[in-house]
Design a protein around this ligand. Sequence first.
Ligand SMILES: [Zn+2]
Length: 487
Amino acid sequence: MTNFYLTTSIPYINGEPHIGFGLEVTLADVIARYARQQGNNVIFTTGTDEHGGKIEEKAKELKITPQALADQNSAKFRELATVLDITNDRFIRTTDKGHEQRAQIIWKNLSKDIYKAKYTGWYCVGDEAFFTETVVKENNGICPAHNRPYDKIEEENYFFRLSAYNDQILKALTDGSFRVVPETKKNEVLGLLKEGLEDISISRPKEKISWGIPVPGDKTQVMYVWFEALLNYITVLGYPEHEDFKKFWPANVQVVGKDITRFHAAIWPGILLGLGIALPKALYVHGFVNVSGQKISKSLGNVINPAEIVKTYGVDAFRYFFLRHIPSYGDGDFSYEEFERAYNNELGNELGNAVQRTVVMIEKFQDGVVGNIPPAEHDNAVYHQAIADFKFDRALDSVWEQVRGLNQFIDEQKPWTIAKEGDTEHLREVLASMVSDLLEIAESLVPFLPNTAASIKSIFAEGLLHAQKTVLFPKIENYKTDKVEKG
Ligand SMILES: [Zn+2]
């Protein structure tokens, strides 16, 4: 078996789990399930990013310890992954002792590229990030995202010599040994590299931020949260000594959102090169989800709750919409109208109906006996290529072409007419061919809609009908539209 390592980014836990995390783990879960289906030995990780001033500040506000806040919020992200049927093998928290210890080992192993220097700049604790003079002036000294003044910061920090690795990263991107998908994101990164990367600050003074991993050998400093969070991708495998690290690194795919492309396509490779270890094979960058054309924000009241969608429509319907109707290579839009339309038309009327019609006819004409099922006849090359390219929307399009083709086949063959004519041999062939198609569709759906795939397979198992009591994707109308108006 070939080893296959896959990660998502780890969300910062200062708030509730958001739809961006739901989208990301779902995309990654397709990759993981597909890799397993292809016979790979998979480690799939996700987790939470838990240090930093923002957590410290919020905990103070709530009069609890940062660790208690981290525990509370991390559990919510873990719970969401469960609700979405995500098959992650590990869930790493940056407050795990193992992560903290290994992050310190990494710091020591990078020491030739770490130096101390004075730093002057503008900082927003809401972003846990520094901003340039130009940005601060544009915003009249107030961070628009957090409605608070930037802090002028003058401090001694440790820096990582990222500039030293600029050309190596550029080369890896250009020769394709480090793939960044889609191409538009790769080009953005190439642009940054051609300008030249600057060294980056990787620590903060402990007197200002105490909620962080101590810098080895310097009691006055903690690691900058952004830097330390990136290390999770190897600490979770037990860098440097564990067998898993030796067997599974470099990652086959790392999945991240477009807002952190720079961290993963420039800074992270720099750290890896500093450690003398291989770059990941691929970085897949996904876009954002808007709601009814607007950016999601608490103040607009348009925050969508993935758990509620799952409760109403089922987990596979959630996965379906976000995998097919949010473009794999860009930003997408969610609205309950669109969601319901896709649910009723594509899942209910097309897929659900194809299964239902087949079941009903086999029951009626053949007493539930399917008989010999012919082997699948499509090569599905488009489907497999789409997954290799992380075009999950395209892969599902190709499955749906087959679903529509099957419904068309049924309409043209008219098994009910064949039954009336009494040609039982021909009827058996037509029905068995329908089942063969459905089983092939189910196989293609395994990574995407695992529960639906399992239902279809079990209905037609062993050439006998094992009909379910409920139809797949029963019609739901105006559930949420009503609810939103009321709320
Ligand atoms: Zn801010």
